[in-house]
Design a protein around this ligand. Structure first.
Ligand code: HEC
Ligand code: HEC
Length: 384
């Protein structure tokens, strides 16, 4: 896979080994852009994060990130000019929207919860459910041009008019020219996608109390519970990003895990609601029924309601759900005992927790809240 681009250090080693190749200006440009990208990410010293993998065809540059930031906050990107990316991804909520499920620009309800963009550069796959979207550039087709349901509502019929909005704006003339200096016509959907992907990749959150090693005694006890074999959380929410679905420049054998956690069991044969079957929707394999990607738990305090469909309101209720080993719905169209879902992961088994333990575990999760991230000017609306 092209996914894993080389870090600056490895490019430098490659340079020594392949002296001839290093003469090429393409290589020099790539090296320079990689170096710029590393600087631009501004990883903290406390967090100790490894660099994210940046696709070779879309190296991070300051100019692309700047363009992406303007586009992210600009409603002119939606066909009817009513929504921007921000409509569902607010910085104050770690780029979620506080709703169970959002509504797109044409008024259609989406079936899944708006995802946090916290550390999105590191995810092994994108969206809650899809194993095929292995980079942000692929996923962005959904909000930009998806039509079932529509989000921003770009299509073949309106694309030229939408691009013209930017082509005729003097601010964007400079931004696009700087971001794509060698293009004769930089105003393309591909370039918009690359700029948006570059901007979202810089949304790195590594300055929480957890990163600074500033945990209260209660949070410290909660940390021990989180990493215990009794609770099993760490099997799926592990590593610096608290997700087993993480890829960095050090990853040699990428894993793209998906799990059924026992939220539903509609017919007592394991079914999830038909519009939200998880990875099964792509593979058609019953072993993937209800299997979703383990999300990061960073900034989890800010991103309620929880799960792919926003069906759990609070963190306390999420802990109760895991303690019960799944969810038993006794009424409604989705009734069924998720605790007995045949496709449920063996790591979700239930456990006993005292009220004090529960408080400790939640305090630990709160220690992953990064106040600098949600007030960082680099990610804020440039029009304000
Ligand atoms: C109408 C609401 C809405 C709009 C507008 C929207 N998003 Fe999203 N976003 C979502 C939802 C819902 C998901 C989860 C999708 C899924 O699982 O199918 C998501 C997922 C994502 C993801 C994947 C995150 C991950 O961890 O896998 C990225 C990246 C993203 N959005 C960026 C953007 C960008 C950039 C824009 C603007 C072009 C945008 N979104 C516009 C609602 C929205
Ligand atoms: C078998 C793997 C697995 C284990 C074990 C596990 N999780 Fe999860 N977790 C997931 C998956 C997958 C999701 C998303 C499920 C969905 O949306 O259907 C999730 C979702 C969550 C969410 C909601 C995230 C959001 O953005 O809405 C929280 C909070 C959470 N888990 C905390 C925990 C805690 C605390 C534990 C230990 C008690 C734990 N998890 C154990 C896989 C796991």
């Amino acid at each position: 896979m092209q996914l894993i681009s080389l870090s600056v250090r490895w490019l430098a080693v490659g340079c020594l080994l392949l002296l001839a190749g290093c003469q090429s200006s393409d290589f020099d440009l790539q090296l320079q852009q990689q170096a710029e990208g590393v600087t631009l990410l501004q990883l903290s010293s406390e967090g100790g994060f490894v660099l994210p993998a940046i696709p070779d065809e879309n190296p991070l540059t300051d100019a692309k990130i700047t363009l992406g930031r303007f586009l992210f906050y600009d409603p002119r990107l939606s066909a009817n000019q009513t929504q921007s990316c921000e409509s569902c991804h607010f910085q104050a909520l770690a780029f979620t929207d506080g709703k169970a499920v959002p509504t797109g620009s044409t008024g259609e309800a989406l079936v899944r919860n708006s995802q946090t963009l916290t550390n999105v550069a590191y995810n092994a796959t994108y969206t809650w459910w899809n194993p095929i979207f292995t980079r942000i550039e692929l996923q962005l087709a959904m909000p930009l041009t998806g039509d079932t349901p529509a989000e921003l509502g770009i299509n073949d019929a309106n694309l030229a008019a939408i691009l013209q909005r930017f082509r005729s704006d003097t601010v964007y003339q400079t931004l696009f020219a700087n971001a794509f200096p060698t293009a004769t016509d930089p105003f393309t959907l591909t370039n918009i996608t690359r700029a948006l992907a570059s901007f979202t990749r810089t949304m790195i959150s590594d300055r929480s109390p957890y990163d600074r090693n500033e945990l209260s005694d209660s949070a410290r006890r909660g940390e021990a519970l989180f990493f215990s074999e009794a609770l099993e959380c760490f099997h799926c929410h592990n590593g610096f990003n608290f997700s087993s679905s993480t890829i960095t420049t050090n990853t040699r054998f990428p894993e793209r895990p998906f799990f059924n956690t026992g939220l539903y069991n509609i017919d007592n044969q394991g079914s999830y609601p038909s519009d939200n079957t998880g990875k099964y929707q792509v593979t058609g394999d019953w072993n993937d029924m209800g299997a979703f990607r383990p999300p990061t738990l960073r900034n989890i305090e800010l991103t309620a309601p929880y799960m792919h469909d926003g069906s759990i309101a609070t963190l306390a209720a999420v802990v109760d759900f895991y303690a019960a080993g799944g969810r038993n719905l006794t009424a409604g169209a989705y009734r069924g005992d998720g605790r007995n879902n045949p496709y449920k992961s063996s790591f979700v088994n239930g456990f006993d927790l005292t009220a004090a333990d529960k408080t400790d575990l939640i305090n630990f999760l709160h220690s992953l809240t990064d106040q600098e991230f949600i007030s960082d000017d680099r990610f804020a609306n440039p029009f304000e």
